[in-house]
Write a protein that binds this ligand. Sequence first.
Ligand SMILES: [Zn+2]
Length: 497
Amino acid sequence: MAQAQKITPRAKDYSEWYNDVIMQAELADYSPVRGCMVIRPHGYRIWELMQRALDDMFRATGHQNAYFPLFIPMSFLAKEAEHVEGFAKEVALVTHTRLKATGKEGAQAVAPDPESALEEPLVIRPTSETIIYAMFAKWIQSYRDLPLLMNQWCNIVRWELRTRLFLRTTEFLWQEGHTAHATEAEAEAEARQMLGVYRQFQEDWMAMPVITGRKTDSEKFAGALRTYSLEALMQDNKALQAGTSHNLGQNFARAFNVQYQTASGGLDYVWNTSWGVTTRMIGALVMTHSDDNGLVAPPKLAPVQVVIVPIWKTDEERSRVSGVGGQVKADLVNAGLRVELDLRENLKPGAKYFEWEAKGVPLRLEIGPRDVAAGQVIAARRGGGKTPATLDGIARTVTAALEEIQTALFDAAKQRREAHSIRGPTKAQFIEFMKAGGGFAYGGFCGSAACEAEIKRETAATVRVLPDPEFRSPDPARTCLWCGKPSIAEAVWAQAY
Ligand SMILES: [Zn+2]
């Protein structure tokens, strides 16, 4: 019981609950460096599983991994005007390359050696468009070199003042895809394709429903022609941007002189795209599914999918139940599942249950002496429900149960999202909705940045996306929900992380 009580209930304090879930599940911890986090093994395993699934999808769509430097010459950032403006306020700089003893005590015993000052400071990458396109300029000569389809897995630094584990940290992990194409249409198709890859991953693996669509100009990536994003609704009815894909147009190609010889012998700039998802997705996963008992992980990304907890009183019972537990584990591992057999002596079964629940294990198999005699185990689902399962064919039963749990999590999250969405509200209804806790509000939008800014000021809601056709209302509003002028597109508003 003690374990479970350490988690603040969602209803009491959502933000505390989120931190408690992460700490109890041992996903991450605060680091001695302010704004940075340590990703602990249980959390890093989720990231590895995410990486593996996504990397296969990137490869299947023709992309190759590469690695570019962590440092970017400061002048590179200045080459694309919007880009530098977007990132100037959050870059970390390297200005010196050596320390020097000062003869003072303690923290002041060393200081940067003035003689080692760099002529041109280096920026620690906040994103890698500039350094990657500087290399593309070297590698791309003719239309035969196109398309160039690359991805890198790396870390990023964006100096943040207000940080939250996984959601907003100064350093985070991500992947950034970067491509070059001969035509605008190809770049557009690529940006859309990768948005689709992200959507498939987030729905099928994370069991997290998303709305896809285009960002307005005020929300788009610094330097992009068009930004597309995926938006998910968390349990506190705030939206979380779960990934972005940009058609960069020829902006960076012009800034870095990435030109190619066309088939007809002319010279033209390439069209670029970039797209990324980050460790923020772990925060999204936590907030989409977890409950007051701790982490709820979708089976496909759960570090441990099944935990086997044998129950015994005597030594003789212990040997019987753990023997059967070992067999069950072997069967499940053979079926490709991630399994733990909990034989710890110093912990009662109840305490083990709480611990594995907090860690988000989707399925627990309890094996007592009577179960062994009956040739069965008791299967307990993380979300509730206990049923006996015969040892015969246990791998099949467990695999089917995990698939059911995966589907049920997606369905529940989608139902929750729809229950907290409104379509076509009046201005008054919209204000009331945002005041009462919010969610996704679909409404007409005049397209004016002034309207957008005013809505943000008064309701804290922003346009998350101009949704793709399948998410649009059957009969979208014809006028802007705020100013009443003709609507240019339906928009989805929400308060967001
Ligand atoms: Zn308006």
